[in-house]
Design a protein around this ligand. Sequence first.
Ligand code: LLP
Length: 417
Amino acid sequence: MLSRRNGILFIEEVSAVEIAEKYGTPVYITSKTQLEKNIKAYNQAFPDAEKLYAVKANNNLALMKIIASNGFGADVFSSGELYLALLAGFSREKMLFNGNSKRDDEIEMGILSGIKFSVDSIDELNTIQSIAEKEGREVEIAFRINPDIDPKTHPKIATGLKESKFGIPEEQAVKVYEMALSMKNVSPKGVHCHIGSQILETSPFVSAMRKIGKIAEEIEKLGIELEFLDIGGGLGIDYEGKGAITPEDLARDILPVFEEIRSSLRSDPKLWLEPGRSIVGNTTILLTRVNAVKKGYRNFVAVDAGFNLLIRPAMYGSYHRVLVANKEGGEEEIYTIVGPICESGDVLARDRKLPRVEKGDLIAILDTGAYGFSMSSQYNGRPRCAEVLVEGSRTALIRERESFGDLVCKQRIPEWI
Ligand code: LLP
């Protein structure tokens, strides 16, 4: 997706310098070809599984339309994500409403949309039953099980440990499925777990698969006909350029375990996956312009994007590779790339060796397609940036840059002040 021509960074057949001139900076730039490559890798590795794209990773409609049109379903975590996923064209049959704290109106919207639910608590189960009864609907559900597995990733994105807020403890699984079976408008069809994100080994997935399989066996005894076993998302990507496991690696290690489980069951469930990062992460760069270079305790390069647009480094200490996009070669120096936000934590990349940087240069921050724009904010009164899609030599604006109007459009000043 990225190459150099006369020292200038190209995204597919388009120069980063041209994109910056045409659309301004900061700007997220996505390669459609890379996105399709990632989708294909999943479709080839898991031809028989249902792939549900995790909308939280990147909810741009144009990108989701590409993902939906390649046969993916959607994992949605709020009514807003459900709304966006429906607009993007994901099929309702392949949609799962996830989340540990759904409002009643969100549950109602999910039920009226006819999608399946991953239920995270007994309170949620009761709410689903009562709304479904009122609406005269039957709701297909799975319970999210907390399998207590260490995914060996950043603690903030490990979601299947005992102390995590997600899921129902394994030992309560049989009880909650029994409860669901006794309800008129709820129909248990699956088992769900999601153990974490940016996971770089297949073994935690294999352990999760086995745990889910054990629960499947137990609850089948209650008379449940299982339609899906969902092991969530979490496959990591290669942020550091050192290699990472691929969908193919994951398939090689979990499909035999899944088949073993399936053959031991009476019912014939499908495998479900919920990839987010590994679909969109490496498709996108954040292109940002240098406002100032300052020598001090460190050599600071101050750019026009900060944690308002990419919070991952500040929030998780995440590493993103950084390039100077408008030139290559020459003398190198060590720089720390910082944003324009009024906090010392607004560091995008620390101590990176780059060709000498000057005001006006362009910096590309790589692998920012997942949890980049989707976690952005307007902090410090900064309207969010534009998003651009590239395919070959064509480009299209897929999200307009926000304006000052977007900072005020929902605000009201009471007449009594
Ligand atoms: N399914 C569920 C229920 C999830 O909660 C998540 C992510 C996924 C699937 C997709 O996981 P993925 O394949 O993208 O790893 N903001 C953090 C990541 C948070 C992940 C939240 N849940 C980051 O920037 O690293």
